[in-house]
Design a binder for this molecule. Structure first.
Ligand SMILES: *[C@@H]1O[C@H](CO)[C@@H](O)[C@H](O)[C@H]1NC(C)=O
Ligand SMILES: *[C@@H]1O[C@H](CO)[C@@H](O)[C@H](O)[C@H]1NC(C)=O
Ligand SMILES: [Zn+2]
Length: 388
């Protein structure tokens, strides 16, 4: 039991902090320091395409409903259970008849992992959501899909492992009854199934997993009085990584409402390059970073990808895809390629793949406000809110 004055005192404190939060948005989104960026761990051996613990198990054919798909799912589950045991792991399943399944239902399994701050009710947490598809193309037989999207899955796994201890330290430093707004920021990983078409890309032959999950999360409701009505609205930003792992990627900004997040990502990339943390040389990956919202060329809804069912339901999207209208297919040369320079582990640009995982870690560390808790941070553990 607390005294009435103490309750009043805390209520006033909360109001004051809420006001402060809105007056000082920069406080709520603090850049990570150079020290933090320099100390980000490189994946190194874990991204070896032959026997690397994170990447190599994904570089197999993983067509929905086949043993390869199950193996990769098990790899994700094992990784989170052993390396990230504080995360919750869930699956969301569906079945569809496909153009090649002879009228039979094919199972699709979306992998979901999330970690929320300790004191927040489930429906009150907005989650930074990092997304890639893990299935590979049905045809041609033996297709690997390294940039599409084995490597993006690996990048996300490594990035989450790089910030996990800092999340723990940040959340342990909070007083048990702390109720600050920024304590309601969670993080979530989606590895989606069935992105690829089995035959020809159509609305019904593609995005199987994404369509099912978006629909499911739109219809499910969070407990009454929750800040977010549905699991779908709990997605604060849907960051979709696709076709990443070739050298010199070109990432455009497609949405004016998330251009600020694109610029944050581009800013972390510029700093990692300037600090010589990046191994891949070359120019910036984010050509739209100095444009303003009105100078963007338009949405990526016409690029059929896993964001579409979420975009249609009003989710904020940051589509991180290597795409340029100046290229023949728009996509990297290895895209859906089975001859010669094909989309397999051998044709990944290792430095670029590793650099991507550092960039995602740096971006996520900023979003989750982990400065002070990351290795190399300028100020270690300065934060003790009860002293405010
Ligand atoms: C979904 O499928 C996976 C893999 O087959 C299985 O392990 C899991 O129990 C299923 N989950 C639900 C909720 O049915
Ligand atoms: C925060 O400060 C209070 C008061 O000085 C102290 O009792 C508490 O142990 C501190 N908590 C942490 C996590 O350092
Ligand atoms: Zn593809």
């Amino acid at each position: 039991m607390r005294s009435a004055t103490e309750c009043m005192h805390r209520a006033l404190l909360s109001i004051w902090l809420a006001v402060l939060f809105f007056l000082l948005p920069s406080e709520a989104y603090r850049d990570v320091s150079d020290g933090t960026l320099k100390a980000l761990p490189r994946p190194g051996k874990d991204f070896d395409i032959h026997d690397g613990a994170i990447l190599s198990p994904i570089l197999i054919p993983r067509v929905p409903g086949t043993p390869g798909s199950t193996k990769v799912l098990n790899h994700f589950t094992d990784f989170f259970r052993t390396s990230l045991p504080k995360w919750n792991v869930e699956f969301q399943n569906s079945t569809y008849v496909t153009p090649v399944s002879d009228g039979k239902e094919v199972p699709f399994v979306n992998f979901i992992a999330y970690r929320d701050p300790p004191n927040a009710a489930k429906g009150d947490v907005g989650r930074l959501t990092l997304v890639a598809h893990y299935d590979s193309k049905y045809e041609p037989k033996g297709f690997i899909g390294a940039i599409d999207s084995a490597a993006p899955c690996a990048m996300i796994m490594h990035a989450m492992r790089s910030i996990d201890d800092a999340l723990t330290r940040k959340w342990e430093s909070m007083a048990p009854d702390d109720d600050f707004l920024d304590d309601h920021i969670g993080i979530q990983v989606l590895f989606l199934d069935g992105e690829e078409a089995f035959k020809y890309w159509t609305d019904s032959d593609s995005l199987y997993g994404a369509r099912s999950l978006a629909q499911h999360w739109d219809s499910e409701v969070n407990p009454g009085m929750s800040v977010y009505k549905t699991p779908l609205s709990s997605i604060s930003l849907f960051v979709l990584l696709d076709l990443l792992g070739s050298k010199d990627p070109i990432i455009h900004s497609f949405y004016s409402t998330t251009h600020w997040a694109y610029q944050k990502l581009a800013n972390v990339e510029r700093r990692l390059r300037e600090l010589k943390v990046f191994k891949s040389s070359g120019k910036t990956w984010f050509p739209d970073s100095s444009k303003n919202e009105r100078q963007l060329s338009g949405g990526s809804g016409n690029l059929g990808d896993d964001h579409v069912p979420f975009l249609k339901r009003g989710v904020e999207i940051l589509h991180v895809i290597d795409y340029s209208p100046d290229r023949p297919s728009g996509f990297p040369t290895v895209w859906h390629e089975m001859q010669g320079v094909k989309d397999d582990g051998e044709h990944l640009d290792t430095d670029t793949v590793e650099d991507w995982s550092l960039l995602i870690a740096g971006f996520a560390a900023e979003w989750m406000e982990l400065e002070g808790f990351m290795p190399g941070s300028k100020t270690e553990m300065k934060r003790n809110k009860t002293e405010l």
